[in-house]
Design a protein around this ligand. Structure first.
Ligand code: PRP
Ligand code: URA
Length: 213
């Protein structure tokens, strides 16, 4: 597994405002969207491309286009939905699958409650999007899910990650596939409740409000 920390002053600024407990949902959603656009630029560096001839007004030349089949973007519901528009803006030809995972806050284990993904992902390039990589349980479940369906090339785009979660993902992936994790910032640690510290709290609640279990 490869880790990329997309360090940039604009990213640091936007993450700081996200962390602020006084930032309300409308601004929070806007910032998540802006951050994803910046992260997507880094995350798509290895997107598969093909050559295509193009006629300019002056001559013909060979250019580059996103290859077929197009990549598939998978937001991990709920919080990952806040990152979807930003990703599809940069990759408009991508297909979108959905995976609903909920972390059990007692056991910290992820539970699947929804899945709308192609059964066969053989040869597909997959972008998993979720703002928070805490224990890594949710991301590991999502990675396993797409690898079992044949994906071999997986890029995870997250806003904040805990070192413990990154290590758990690294161990779980092993040598099975080419997996990259692109994050805006790596935080200090997890607390006893499995929250990222200093973090930004519950990303789903901050995006969409508290709905409880
Ligand atoms: C959050 C977050 C991740 C998960 C991270 O989702 O969006 O999916 O927790 O924690 P982990 O790394 O320890 O698995 P949550 O389960 O709270 O659901 P939500 O997006 O519906 O709020
Ligand atoms: N999920 C969140 O939304 N935030 C955390 O800090 C950990 C898990």
């Amino acid at each position: 597994m490869q880790l990329h920390v997309a360090d940039h002053p604009l990213i640091r600024h936007k993450v700081t405002v996200l962390r602020d407990k006084n930032t309300k949902s409308p601004t929070f959603r806007l910032l998540v969207d802006e951050l994803v656009t910046l992260l997507a630029y880094e995350a798509t560096r290895q997107v598969r491309v093909a050559e295509r001839e193009v006629e300019t007004p002056l001559t013909s030349t060979v250019g580059t286009v996103i290859a077929d089949p197009p990549p598939i973007i998978v937001p991990i519901l709920r919080a990952g939905l806040g990152m979807l528009d930003g990703m599809t803006r940069l990759l408009p030809s991508a297909e979108v699958g959905f995976l609903g995972l909920k972390r059990d806050e007692e056991t910290l284990e992820a539970v699947t409650y929804a899945n709308r993904l192609p059964e066969d992902l053989t040869g597909r390039q997959v972008f998993l999007i979720d703002p928070m990589l805490a224990t890594g349980g949710s991301l590991i479940m999502a990675i396993d899910y797409v690898l079992e369906r044949g994906a071999t090339d997986v890029t995870c785009v997250c806003l904040l990650a805990a070192p413990e979660g990154i290590e758990n993902v690294r161990v779980a992936v092993g040598e099975r596939a080419d997996v990259s994790v692109v994050v805006a910032q790596v935080d200090e640690r997890l607390n006893e409740q499995g929250y990222i510290v200093p973090g930004l709290g519950d990303a789903g609640d901050r995006l969409y409000g508290v709905i409880g279990d």
